[in-house]
Design a protein around this ligand. Structure first.
Ligand code: AMP
Length: 302
């Protein structure tokens, strides 16, 4: 088992879906990621929160063994995201993004964190992603996620950090937007040209496709009969994906494929309720049961 470090947002999310809404619930890319990854390995978070951040949210992460020593408290308001989904739950509409304490955040990595062999640069300002990457000793695998907000607003900075990562985890609309290419196969190929050798494209209810070395791997999404709130599905996917890789300590192609399925398993739980609610009720045995169900989904006899 090897250490996994994540830099990303810790947020208060206000979300409306066709099935209900929550105000200022615990969210953020690093939050979903670290909570999901904690089922697999030791995970450490680098982020910032304001002085209005409810202490019970920190307790939730610490109770799962998440190392929050890299969480820098700052004066001011915590990052806030307001979003909504229509009946097509595959696409979030961002209504408001308030960077607040992230606007002046300067991540400082203590040596214990800088030595982590596995790094996930979760969705956050690409300038901060690069800043963290520069402070790392010698990570064995670096993966990155991003979103339309940064592709539009900070494309040059994003290209700079992309040139130095191994894996890009991104949703399909954003892959097309980043590559300026509507065809997903060509978009993935173009992105490989930006730096990451492996591109993992999240396609919501249609599952995940990975492109690497001219080869493709597909995983379905779990057929759930009630999807409540897709917020955090992508980060939870990444937490299961990187968590499994760090737990195995290898980046063999077979490990990466299994990691994609573990990521899909974890995401399938997150979408069953708002915020981290379903994950907080998750028993480790449920992960293996659903992993077995995924194997069955794609089993072909003969
Ligand atoms: P996803 O896993 O893709 O559904 O990501 C959802 C999470 O991303 C939410 O909990 C938000 O707090 C967070 N988020 C939304 N916009 C941003 C942003 N611009 N930078 C960092 N995190 C964000």
């Amino acid at each position: 088992m090897a250490d996994l470090l994540v830099v990303g947002s810790v947020a208060l999310d206000s979300v409306t879906t066709p099935f209900g809404s929550v105000k200022e619930a615990l969210g953020g890319s690093a939050t979903f990621f670290s909570y999901a990854a904690s089922f697999f390995t030791t995970v450490r978070v680098v982020a910032t929160v304001g002085d209005d951040f409810p202490p019970e949210h920190l307790t939730l992460l610490r109770d799962r063994g998440v190392d929050t020593s890299g969480l820098q408290p700052a004066r001011g308001r915590t990052f806030r995201w307001v979003g909504e989904y229509g009946y097509d739950l595959n696409e979030a509409r961002t209504l408001d993004t308030q960077l607040n304490v992230f606007a002046d955040f300067k991540p400082v990595l203590p040596p214990a964190l800088a030595g982590a062999p596995f790094l996930f640069l979760a969705n956050i300002d690409p300038v901060l992603q690069l800043d963290v990457l520069r402070q790392m000793a010698r990570p064995r695998l670096v993966a990155l996620d991003t979103m339309n907000f940064w592709i539009q607003g900070k494309r040059d900075d994003l290209q700079r950090v992309l040139a130095e990562v191994d894996v890009l985890v991104i949703n399909d609309a954003e892959a097309r937007q980043l590559a300026k290419e509507p065809n997903l196969v060509r978009a993935a190929r173009a992105i490989v040209g930006f730096g990451p050798k492996t591109v993992v494209v999240k396609r919501g209810e249609y599952g995940v496709v990975m492109a690497a070395d001219g080869q493709f791997f597909f995983a379905p999404a779990y057929p759930l009969d009630s999807v409540f709130d897709p917020t955090g599905a992508g980060d939870t996917f990444a937490g299961g994906f990187m968590g499994h890789i760090a737990a195995q300590g290898t980046v063999e192609p077979a490990t990466i494929r299994r990691a994609i399925v573990y990521g899909s398993v974890m995401a399938s739980f997150t979408v069953e309720d708002f915020s981290l609610n379903r994950l907080t009720r998750l028993a480790p045995a449920e992960i293996e049961t659903r992993y077995a169900a995924f194997r069955e989904l794609v089993r072909i006899d003969g």
